[in-house]
Design a binder for this molecule. Structure first.
Ligand code: F6P
Length: 535
């Protein structure tokens, strides 16, 4: 499928990206997309007009438009789980009738959102309290999509926090819940158990520990526990009263669930109005994604740069580099969104993919990353496409000089990756420092930057709830488009199952309840070590 693009790649791969700007002074404008207040710049890549035409041609060949409509209209596009994929409906509760299995889903969505808003208002105003008085803290217990979305968004919107403090417990490592609960009051803490299935072992173990902690501290689980889940049966079995359960349907995938009940901790932190603005930003991106022509369509062009770098140029990883400290969990969030969605080796029809799946996604906020791994980005032997994100303004006017430095660093990095520094330039630098002859050249070689390292930059005015909604929906749709082009199911996650099953078989072995005879030598030796070391 990528043959024509690979031929084009061999034609453009020798070009200096800097020269592309000399040949086309309008390149920055031509190779960027604007939507509302956002600017996505992909001009610092080797994508040419011809390459772009071939890339957008993939959208036609792979019927992206029809599949996109099937998603928005509730088609069962998650074919391996026979489910619709309708997280977009969560941010459009007032939209027109939308039928799933013959039932309109908008009215129940509205009711759930309104119940969440009522609860959030009651908690925030102190109408709903714990035995010790108004809730001071919220602990969201969940993992994967039931954690990463809420924690990422709650951290991102810190300037809007005016509700109880929110903490997040995900890891089954007891250290996580221990370190959080020890700072809290068991009588004024609201515990949210967030789990689509309500059977995830980590979450249920942490939830049981939290319940014991509340009981031991004189609290009342009946008053202090909420459940966010698709399973009425499991939440009832755990003992959470119905009025404290916020349900959703199986057509909301875990990693796409922050827009509904799973986002309750965010709503408690920032208030219902800001949560609505977050939904509205995402809805605006949905409308843009559904209607803009390929070349002016931000999620589509973001996806096509991804396809270009991974499947055509063969770069196996992609760095996500938010120059925004409050987006520090965005890389982790995107790891799940992108890698759990598109890290698949078979196509929808079960055949083995004849090309690579989605890339490894990783990153850290700037400028911190600059002092850690950017060395490799600039001079390592692998090319790693970088995706920068930065706001024009911060939230601290009194610290505007910090923000200017932050932006300067972000722009400097993409410029440096592109321009590099030639041996000649490095020699001139070393000559100016007094070096000569062979030593001059030896020293200069260490200071050469190959340049031509591609990057994209997403710029937004300020990280408001609305803008955050736009950004997250942008990435969701990017993943969708990449998945459709690759022909895979972006909405299942069978690859996480085997490890879970084996963990269940290992627990009794660790407890010494069963013999480890059936296990391989390495696993047996590791078990022996842990047991002999007191585990
Ligand atoms: O292990 C993967 C996964 O199934 C994710 O897809 C999901 O977000 C996470 O576990 C948590 O699942 P649940 O919300 O059902 O507890």
């Amino acid at each position: 499928m990528f043959t024509a693009l690979k031929t084009l790649h061999s034609e453009v791969c020798g070009e200096d990206i800097v020269d592309l700007f000399k040949k086309n002074p309008d390149r920055a404008e031509d190779f960027s997309v604007r939507f509302e207040t956002l600017l996505f710049d992909y001009s610092k890549t080797r994508i040419s007009a011809k390459v772009r035409t071939a890339l957008t041609g993939l959208c036609e060949d792979r019927k992206v438009a029809a599949k996109r409509e099937a998603m928005f209209e509730g088609g069962q596009i998650n074919e391996t789980e026979q489910r619709a994929v309708l997280h977009t409906a969560l941010r459009d509760p007032d939209g027109p009738e939308l039928l799933v299995d013959g039932e309109d889903i908008r009215a129940p969505l509205r009711q759930t959102l309104e119940r969440m808003e009522k609860l959030a208002a009651d908690v925030r105003s102190g109408v709903m309290q714990g035995p010790g008085g108004a809730f001071t803290d919220v602990v969201n217990i969940g993992i994967g999509g039931s954690d990463l979305g809420p924690v990422m968004a709650t951290l991102a919107l810190a300037p809007y926090h005016d509700g109880p403090r929110c903490q997040f417990v995900s890891n089954v490592d007891g250290a996580h819940i221990h370190d959080i609960l020890q700072r809290l009051d068991p009588q004024t803490t609201l515990v949210i158990v967030a789990s689509k299935t309500f059977t995830t072992i980590e979450t249920m173990t942490n939830a049981a520990t939290a319940r014991r902690w509340v009981e031991a501290g004189g609290g009342d689980p009946a008053q202090q526990f909420l459940a966010l889940s698709t399973s009425e049966e499991e939440t009832a079995a755990f003992g959470i009263p119905r009025k404290h359960v916020f349900g959703f349907e199986d057509w909301v995938g875990g990693r796409y669930s922050v827009w509904g009940p799973i986002g309750l901790s965010l709503m408690l932190a920032v208030g219902p109005e800001n949560f609505r603005a977050f939904l509205a930003g995402a809805k605006a991106m949905d409308d843009h994604f559904r209607s803009a022509p390929w070349q002016q369509n931000m999620p589509v062009m973001l996806a096509l740069t991804g396809i270009w770098h991974r499947q055509v140029c063969s770069h196996p990883t992609r760095a996500v580099l938010p120059y925004d400290q409050r987006l520090r969990r965005l890389p982790a969030y995107l790891q799940q969104l992108e890698m759990e969605s598109n890290g698949k080796m078979v196509a929808m029809d079960g055949t083995v993919l004849p090309y690579p799946s989605g890339p490894v996604v990783w990153g850290e906020p700037g400028t911190n990353g600059q002092h850690a791994f950017y060395q490799l980005l600039h001079q390592g032997t692998s090319v790693i496409p970088a995706e920068f994100l930065v706001a024009a303004q911060g939230h601290e006017p009194e610290l505007a000089h910090h923000h200017k430095l932050l932006v300067a660093n972000c722009l400097a990095q993409s410029e440096a990756l592109m321009r590099g520094r030639s041996l000649e330039e490095a020699c001139a630098l070393m000559r100016a420092k007094g070096y000569e002859g062979a030593e001059l050249e030896r020293q200069a070689r260490h200071r050469v930057f190959p340049g031509n390292r591609p990057s994209t930059t997403l710029v937004y005015p300020k990280l408001t709830p609305y803008v955050l909604g736009q950004i997250i929906a942008l990435y969701e749709h990017r993943v969708f488009v990449e998945g459709v082009i690759l022909g895979i199911n972006s909405f299942d996650q069978w690859g996480v199952e085997l490890g879970k099953e084996l963990a269940n078989t290992l627990a009794p072995l660790l407890a010494g309840e069963k013999s480890a005879d059936g296990k391989d030598g390495s696993t047996r030796a590791l078990l022996d070590y842990v047991r002999s070391a007191g585990g």
